[in-house]
Design a protein around this ligand. Structure first.
Ligand code: CA
Length: 504
């Protein structure tokens, strides 16, 4: 019988692991190729993650945006053509939950960062086991550059959770700039008392540098002119790292997180007006695309392109509350919501020689999947056993030509509320943020009221990607596929209770 996403059952991996589609032949073929790679080159592959901020599914040319929306992205498009383009790659609804899920292989309900910590608020990655730590233990050099936003407290800082070196800022772009710009905060800019009050809040206004286990040192205060140079400076730092590592005997993990294109955007001077749209958000996209080009060129020129798995994505859907300083999505709603517009993000994987060029798949890939996948590539079997791991190993999905995803279920959580489940092309929505005109000023996902649907709403994402027409009453045959998937998922929180990083 041929494989089907709804009709095929999953198999259990371990009590603390998300069940998977087995795809045994593809998995074995992938592991054999990986062994062959390691034998041929005598090394494990490097991992480069390029994470954009608030960039939309529809911003890149390879996803239907690019020149059509006033900002061509030739470097990103080329990377996608040379690799694998995923159309169902999922983040969480906002920055910190997504980033922590990527680095822990766990959903926000488990790592506890249900929402971003702001202005020095407590709460962070503290107590989690991270991909950086595990790869470091597997012999990788680990480097984080750019935006962190997983806690400012010492135990949550990058150089304390497995990174050998960190060069970037601890929070998020707007926190450094919004209260300095009279266009947005005249009542602060023109008031000495309020400016001083903000400056006394417990967040670091500088971007910083630190090395493993040490203290962070301030590099420079992030004023608006400094902010406009950050992505350029951070790209140069990562390019230096890539070049330096070409002589090293150990593999590396570079986690490069851009400042752009989170609101508010102040592009580097040479990019002002560089986009056909002539808008700061679009000019920033041109800069970000150039940065992808620079990083890939550094890999190529240093002979490491064939030895590096590159993953390009964005940490959540576009933020439509800051329109027009915002991205584009063809889906419903935006950042902050569990509608597709909030969590369906670009997902491009490239590894010439190992990932077949020109591949595309609508198979499910969740941010949590990176951790177990990267560990397999690293030859490590250290997936944590003392806690629940939501990520599934997607090695064969990435490196076996025409392979299938091992993930059956995409779980959508809105803070601590279970919101929806996707299986195959269907999504059952139980609760979400309302985005209709009565409740919100814009289409932004953070704004609306929470709605619960007594019977749920079933959407066919192929026929109705904008999630407008519930199909439930015509498709009751699928109900058990959904209720059993939801029931088993929620039951895991019995043996592995949820965590809230803000409650400590
Ligand atoms: Ca974000």
């Amino acid at each position: 019988m041929s494989f089907d996403t709804i009709a095929t059952p999953t198999v259990e991996v371990a009590p603390h692991r998300e069940p998977v589609f087995a795809h045994e032949e593809q998995s074995n073929a992938a592991l054999a190729r990986l062994d062959e790679y390691v034998k041929t080159y005598g090394c494990r592959p490097n991992l480069l993650v390029i994470m954009f901020d608030d960039v939309g599914w529809g911003d890149f040319g390879c996803y239907g945006g690019g020149i059509a929306v006033g900002a061509p992205t030739p470097n990103i498009d080329r990377l996608a053509r040379d690799g694998l383009l995923l159309t169902s790659c999922y983040s969480e609804p906002s920055c910190s939950p997504s980033r922590a899920s990527l680095l822990t292989g766990r959903l926000p309900m488990r790592h506890g960062l249900l929402r971003p910590p702001m202005y020095g608020e407590r709460g962070g990655l503290e107590g989690e086991i991270t991909l950086s730590q595990l790869l470091s233990e597997a012999g990788y050099t680990t480097q984080a550059v750019g935006k962190w936003h997983m806690g400012e407290n010492q135990a949550s800082q990058p150089q304390r959770v497995g990174f050998d070196d960190f060069y970037g800022f601890l929070s998020v772009s707007d926190m450094y700039s919004e209260w300095r710009d009279p266009a947005f905060f005249p009542e602060v800019v023109y008031s000495e008392a309020r400016t001083e009050w903000i400056e006394n809040q417990p967040f670091n206004r500088c971007f910083v540098h630190g090395t493993k286990g040490g203290e962070l040192e301030d590099v420079e205060e992030v004023t608006i002119p400094v902010l406009s140079t950050l992505d350029d400076k951070w790209a140069a730092y990562s390019v230096d790292f890539i070049r330096r590592m070409s002589d090293a005997s150990q593999p590396w993990f570079l986690y490069h997180c851009t400042r752009g294109a989170h609101f508010d955007n102040y592009p580097l001077e040479r990019y002002l007006g560089a986009s056909p749209a002539k808008h700061p958000y679009k000019d920033t996209l041109i800069e970000l695309d150039d940065i992808v080009g620079r990083l890939v060129d550094a890999l190529r020129e240093s002979g490491q392109l064939e030895h590096t798995l590159v993953f390009v994505s964005s940490d959540n859907g576009p933020n439509l509350e800051t329109w027009p300083d915002a991205a584009y999505t063809p889906f419903r709603c935006a950042k902050g919501s569990t509608w597709e517009g909030g969590v369906r993000v670009p997902g491009i994987f490239s590894w010439p020689g190992m990932i077949e060029a020109g591949g595309a798949s609508d198979g499910l890939f969740a941010f949590t999947d990176l951790l177990p996948t990267a560990l397999t590539l690293a030859g490590s079997d250290a997936v944590p056993a003392d806690r629940f791991i939501d990520g599934v190993d997607q090695t064969s999905f990435l490196i076996s030509p025409q392979a299938l995803s091992h993930r059956k279920y995409q779980y959508y959580w809105l803070l601590n509320q279970f919101s929806a489940l996707r299986v195959g092309e269907y999504k059952l929505m139980l609760a979400s943020i309302s985005d209709d005109d009565h409740d919100v000023h814009s289409q932004g996902g953070f704004e609306g009221v929470t709605q619960r649907y007594p019977y749920g709403r079933l959407y066919n994402l192929y026929l109705d990607p904008k999630e407008t027409r519930s199909y439930l009453v015509r498709k009751l045959a699928y109900i058990d596929a959904f209720t059993s998937g939801i029931g088993k998922h929620l039951a895991t929180f019995g043996a592995y209770p949820p965590k809230n990083a803000f409650a400590r």
